[in-house]
Write a protein that binds this ligand. Structure first.
Ligand code: ZN
Length: 449
């Protein structure tokens, strides 16, 4: 089959490199703030340089303020025999994020109020946080809870953490293009050892940025790495003017799992970012699930709020809330694969190719059809066309021969129809439309808008 991408990109990213960084970043204890976040950004900077920003505790950002900085050194629970029954060293999911320090002996009947587990997934540790209510807690499997805890025994509980004035760390990088049009690629990195949600998104944003660096770009691309919610709120507050320049974008999250692809539409549903993402998933022959926009979700909550109204979509491979390991210890490096990651990287790169090359165009012979033969665009011997159009039976985009595409492009050459609109409407491959359009420009038949 005739398959072609818009340009033949030689990827800088390799599967083994993805594997290496997944392993390196997975064990780090990340949260809204803290040294684990700085360490994460420092590792991402090994991939590609970033602009690191720190916002101090207490800084007011719209209706919120930057919280205290949280750091944790150690945490465990010992039973009456002095044996550690939970140890933070084994999994940073064992401690509720933002837990306050504690060093106390507590009876099981009291301690159990601060223990969290999943009775319906008894072998998994849940991921819990208590960002805005000072509290402490431990998370464990229900199996461990049943085996190791009882109401009568006295346990020694120790959390060596610190909540104090500090700062919230995030990073961005803006790649300037020739045009004013700007798109945002945003990800969050506040989750500890959870691979799909959202180490996959964090790492993807870094590799995508590196792939684009050094390329001559038409659009401007803004890459943001921030803790979810408060980080993006702080970023928007500090970049309000810049935010108003942004046409649309994507939140990179949950994109390298083992299930089906999905696309969460922006609130606009048929914005260029939606059309391009859906078309790309179709062209890649992914049997994807279309998720409607809902105001719950990730950082589209901030970018798409009334003051900004930036359409934001997300390509998923196992969307948050949709896979059983979501926010549990099951979302680990066995669930996320480097090959799925590479597949999604290619999808996002293809999306960017389309953002770069989508255009409307005008015919220079708008009154009746131009004569193609004298421009070597029409076969000298009449042909037998084999194409029939039954749109309802088409599952994947179709490739046409050049003459068919010429006819369609000339039909649509009124400055009102963009390549992505034509591709979507007729289920054609964008790359092929673009290739033929380039030829029509060189033959002096059309001009780009
Ligand atoms: Zn999450």
């Amino acid at each position: 089959m005739y398959l072609k991408t818009l340009i033949d990109i030689k990827l800088k990213t390799t599967e083994s490199e993805v594997q290496f960084y997944l392993k390196k970043l997975f064990p780090i204890n990340r949260s809204l703030t803290g040294n684990g976040n700085r360490e994460t950004l420092a590792i991402l900077e090994e991939i590609t340089p970033l602009n690191i920003i720190e916002y101090p505790t207490g800084k007011v950002v719209y209706d919120w303020e930057i919280p205290k900085e949280w750091n944790i050194r150690d945490a465990w629970i010992k039973n009456a025999k002095g044996e550690k029954v939970i140890d933070f060293v084994n999994s940073n999911l064992h401690v509720v994020g933002y837990s306050t320090p504690i060093n106390a002996k507590l009876k099981g009947s009291v301690l159990k109020k601060n223990l969290h587990y999943l009775t319906d997934q008894p072998d998994l540790i849940p991921y819990k946080t208590s960002y805005y209510n000072e509290n402490w807690g431990f998370c464990l499997t229900y199996e461990a809870y049943k085996e190791l805890f009882n109401d009568e025994e006295t346990y020694e509980v120790f959390i060596d953490s610190e909540l104090k004035s500090g700062s919230l760390s995030l990073a961005d990088c803006v790649l300037k293009g020739e045009k004013k049009d700007e798109y945002i690629f945003s990800t969050y990195f506040c989750h500890p050892s959870l691979a799909n949600d959202n180490l996959s998104g964090t790492l993807m944003n870094a590799f995508l940025l590196r792939e684009l660096k050094g390329r001559k770009l038409k659009n401007t691309y803004r890459f943001v790495f921030a803790p979810e919610t408060i980080g993006v709120i702080a970023y928007c507050a500090a970049h309000e003017k810049e935010m108003h320049q942004i046409q649309g974008g994507y939140v990179l999250t949950c994109l390298a799992g083992q299930g089906r692809y999905g696309y969460k539409n922006s609130f606009a549903k048929n914005h260029i970012i939606d059309k391009i993402a859906r078309q790309t998933l179709k062209e890649k022959q992914t049997d994807f699930i279309a998720y409607p926009f809902v105001p719950q979700g990730s950082d589209e909550r901030q970018y798409s709020s009334p003051g900004f109204r930036i359409p934001i979509g997300s390509v998923h491979k196992d969307k948050y809330h949709e896979y059983p390991y979501y926010h549990t210890s099951g979302d680990d490096l066995a669930f996320v694969t480097a090959s799925a990651f590479m597949q999604t990287l290619e999808i996002y790169l293809d999306i960017i190719e389309k953002l770069e090359n989508n255009t409307c165009f005008f015919s220079l012979n708008p009154h009746c059809e131009p004569r193609l033969g004298k421009r070597d665009l029409y076969p000298s011997i009449g042909r037998r066309t084999m194409y029939t159009y039954h749109e309802e039976t088409i599952e994947h985009p179709v490739y046409l021969d050049e003459l068919d595409i010429i006819m369609w492009l000339l039909f649509y050459a009124d400055g009102e129809n963009s390549l992505i609109d034509i591709a979507e409407k007729h289920n054609f491959h964008f790359s092929q439309l673009h290739e033929v359009l380039t030829k029509l420009v060189s033959k002096g038949l059309v001009v780009l808008k």
